[in-house]
Design a protein around this ligand. Structure first.
Ligand SMILES: *Cc1c(COP(=O)(O)O)cnc(C)c1O
Length: 425
């Protein structure tokens, strides 16, 4: 199997000699927009009390109105990161200590930490191997009398089965938070991904399709949720009195406010979103064309009616058929000069915080608190699909981190074909 002398791993020539071009979403428009804010001297205009400036400065408001138009929602609320956005969303829907919120372990850790932040309990449901998103059957099995919400992630760039999830939620009286950090600018049955949940949103971190360095945008069509998001973003406890807010549940505020420079850059980035997503879709289509037919390599599956932003280009290996391990394939491809390969997410429930159940303080809070009605399990085996993908069979390419030209895609294909040519020999 490893005896083909031509492979770079065995001392042969590399397929990819020049590193792939890194993605840079910034252009002269962003430079100008940022410079204009600096010249104005107003780098932020928020004030943490009930005042005209409670909603922030001119660029923050301009960016929020632009997001409302672009995503087709009634309310957009900017924040200083999408992690902050998720924390605000969990608080805004009224999650209480001990409530259970269902999420998957196949996502960025912040999707679950946002739940813990309010002393609620993350419960992990398994994913569908086709889309890597939450499996509605596993979701149903994990609903208990304590369940209050579902945090549904649109992982790698395509929507979860949001219609089914909203049906399940409505029939059980649950709220749904969408985490569309990786799938901005995509569609699900003609509707904008990220806008169908009760509250959702997008990351503007520099790893994502469009960014402001750090930042996030919350979207909702619910006026009451929007108001609560604005309060949690901006010192709620100091504002509720003046604003006359009666529902004080989770009115513990933060400073999650976006600066004016980031907002001005965001306005320009938003204009480019569909074009930037399209470049990834074109590269992915070319990659799929080149890789299709390779035995034992499952290429991305796109659900009917969905578009994919290819934050990641996700593949699955059939190791029995290939007769090797993922570690060997990864080493062989990396030796060929391919960068940006990934073995998928360490399942969140395997992180020490959940394995040891130590979050706030040393005493096992919140799991040991009286308000926790049952012992939630984070044992290995609770999410067999996600666990096996991470441990053995998932292979991803970080499409969003690169700006692949057609020639670069062809080199990536050549590297895979060369390594595959040596398999089974
Ligand atoms: C990036 C990401 C986040 C966190 O976003 P930040 O803006 O970096 O805080 C949360 N969830 C998912 C799925 C992400 O990819």
């Amino acid at each position: 199997m490893t005896t083909n002398p031509k492979l770079a791993i065995n001392g042969g020539p590399k397929t990819v000699e020049v590193p792939f071009k890194r993605y840079n979403a910034m252009g002269s428009e962003e430079v100008e927009a940022a410079a204009a804010v600096v010249r104005s001297g107003v780098l932020s205009q928020f004030i943490g009390c009930w005042d005209a400036d409670f909603y922030g400065g001119p660029k923050v408001q301009e960016f929020e109105r632009a997001c409302e138009r672009h995503f087709g929602v009634k309310h957009a609320v900017t924040v200083n990161s999408w992690t902050s956005g998720l924390v605000a969303a969990v608080g805004a829907i009224g999650i209480e200590p001990g409530d259970e919120v269902i999420v998957t372990p196949w996502t960025m850790s912040a999707s679950a930490t946002a739940i813990l932040h309010w002393n609620a309990i993350p419960v992990f449901a398994d994913i569908e191997p086709e889309t890597f998103n939450i499996d509605p059957e596993s979701l149903l099995k994990n609903i208990t009398p304590q369940t209050r919400a579902i945090l549904a992630v649109d992982i790698f760039g395509q929507s979860c089965d949001i219609d089914r999830i909203m049906d399940i939620a409505e029939s059980r009286g649950l709220k749904v938070i969408g985490d569309t950090a990786q799938a901005p600018g995509t569609f699900h049955n003609g509707r904008v991904t990220g806008t169908m949940a009760h509250v959702g949103g997008y990351s503007l971190n520099y790893h994502k399709h469009i960014h402001t360095g750090e930042g996030g945008i919350l979207v909702t069509n619910d006026g009451e949720i929007a108001e609560r998001l604005q309060l949690i973003r901006n010192h709620a406890e100091a504002v509720v009195g003046g604003k006359g807010v009666e529902n004080l549940c989770n009115m513990v505020g933060h400073n999650f406010r976006m600066g004016e420079i980031e907002a001005a850059i965001g306005v320009e980035q938003l204009k480019k979103l569909s074009r930037l997503v399209e470049t990834r879709q074109k590269a992915a289509e070319r990659l799929t064309g080149g890789l299709c037919g390779l035995p034992g390599l499952r290429l991305p599956i796109i659900r009917e009616g969905c578009t994919h932003a290819y934050y990641m280009y996700p593949m699955i290996l059939d190791l029995e058929l290939l007769g090797t391990t993922r570690a060997w394939i990864l080493s062989a491809l990396e030796a060929e000069g391919v960068q940006g390969l990934a073995a998928g997410y360490t399942n969140i429930h395997q992180l020490p915080i959940y394995q040891k159940k130590i979050a706030y303080g040393r005493g096992g809070f919140p799991w040991t608190a009286e308000f926790c009605k049952r012992d939630v399990s984070y044992a290995k085996g609770i999410c067999p699909v996600a666990e096996d993908l991470h441990e053995r069979t998932y292979l991803g390419f970080e499409m969003c981190m690169h700006d692949l030209s057609g020639d670069e895609v062809d080199l990536l294909v050549a590297a895979f074909r060369k390594v595959w040519g040596a398999l089974g020999k």
